[in-house]
Design a protein around this ligand. Structure first.
Ligand code: SF4
Length: 405
């Protein structure tokens, strides 16, 4: 080990703030075990009680129709595609009923940039959910979706956030961040869905409006090591200003069935990236383990590399599965992994407040051995309520006039 690296390791061990050059050196040169020990020590300073949390919620993708066409995405369908769908309010209510039955208290609601769903559709959906399930939480619509809706509505993103909060929005998920460097966003064809500055600005607006949000990173596609670190530092800078992020989640790019192709990052790269994130993001309390992309075993190992949260029991997942990864862990399995790693498992809410001990120890909950999907194969039904909203695309205009006349 060189002298300079020793100094950076000692600085990280003391909890000193790493600059970009120091973070790069650690990421490239520190042995994996050393990175893990440093990140674990930082985790222990922030969470000395050895509690590892998780949330029971459901990942609902309300539509797969999308005009953004990110080349790393295997989930979306172009407007007019036969496999395109929009979930009906009733379908979403049914998913909420199923979530509540297994102890869940929120939906993570995200979808494609559908040009035929105006702001009023989201407001009506949120109000309907809150009217029917008071107390149920909506962790919904990433900054890129907020930007898309604002472009359709021709109002500012801050106004969209205010209107969605008035309708029942509780928190914004950190999706769509990918890598917050515009060179990378152009290569991934996601620059127009939101630039790095736009994504960060909208998160800042959400924080200013009183929402807590999460931050994510999709690494392992076309970014350089330097750009991965720039992403982390930009998140750290915003967190310094607003303090609005509850957690950070890194997941590796999943290449199967995507236009971009390439390879998936390895497990060691995941653990090194996670450990580095824990060290750079010194102002983030919580780091999630991404077992959804890494599988349960690497997910469990994450707890020794800086993670203090196992994310969501999930119940349903469509996006990562479309790109080839399909891991499922129900509450029993998540708790088993946490406890086997020597931690105490606790259920939490979206603000990372502890709700209690594992739900399955309080009540009989059926085991869940596979993740649900947005819809059953071959279900091409169209929600009747779509007729209440003006369409923008020519295809949808025709279909909606067919419904309403
Ligand atoms: S990642 Fe999101 S915005 Fe990009 S194509 Fe897929 S669904 Fe659309």
């Amino acid at each position: 080990m060189t002298e300079g690296l020793d100094r950076i390791i000692a600085k990280a061990a003391d909890g000193g703030r790493l600059d970009a050059a120091e973070a790069l050196r650690l990421y490239r040169e520190a042995p994996t075990g050393v990175l893990g020990r440093l990140a674990d020590a930082m985790r222990a300073r922030k969470h000395p009680d050895r509690v590892v949390t998780y949330i029971i919620d459901r990942n609902v993708n309300y539509t797969n129709l999308c005009v953004a066409r990110c080349n790393f995405c295997a989930f979306y369908r172009p407007v007019g595609h036969g496999d395109g769908y929009v979930l009906s309010f009733e379908e979403i209510f049914k998913k909420i009923d199923e979530t509540i039955a297994v102890g869940g208290n929120q939906l993570l609601l995200q979808g494609g940039h559908n040009p035929d769903l105006p702001l009023a559709w989201y407001e009506d959906l949120f109000r309907a959910v809150k009217g029917r399930y008071p107390g149920f939480k909506l962790h919904a619509l990433s900054p890129s979706e907020v930007l898309h809706i604002s472009r359709l509505a021709k109002i500012s993103t801050a106004e969209v956030i205010d209107r969605l909060i008035a309708a029942g929005l509780d928190s914004i998920p950190g999706g769509g961040a990918e890598i917050l460097v515009d060179r990378v966003r152009k290569l991934l064809n996601c620059y127009s869905k939101s630039t790095a500055d736009e994504w960060l600005r909208i998160m800042g607006e959400a924080h200013a409006a009183g929402l807590r949000t999460t931050a994510t990173m999709m690494y392992g596609s076309v970014e350089t090591d330097e750009e991965r670190i720039e992403h982390l530092i930009r998140l750290r800078d915003l967190q310094d200003r607003t303090g609005g992020f509850t957690a950070f989640i890194a997941w590796s790019y999943q290449p199967e069935h995507t236009e971009l192709g390439l390879y998936e990052a390895t497990g060691v790269d995941y653990l090194r990236t996670l450990a580095l994130a824990r060290l750079v993001l010194d102002n983030f309390d919580n780091l999630q383990a991404s077992w959804v992309t890494q599988g349960g075993k690497v997910g469990q190992l994450s707890l020794a590399y800086g993670a203090n949260d196992m994310g969501s029991v999930m119940i349903e997942e469509n996006v990562v599965r479309a790109a080839g990864a399909s891991y499922c862990m129900d509450e029993v399995e998540i708790v088993r992994n946490i406890e086997n790693a020597g931690f105490v498992a606790k259920r939490r809410n979206m603000h990372y407040e502890i709700l209690g001990d594992p739900f399955f120890r309080e009540r009989d909950v059926p085991r869940q051995l596979s993740l649900a999907t947005a819809r059953a194969d071959g279900d091409t039904s169209r929600p009747e309520e779509l007729a209440n909203y003006a369409a923008r695309s020519a295809t949808e205009k025709k279909l909606r006039s067919g419904i309403s006349h």
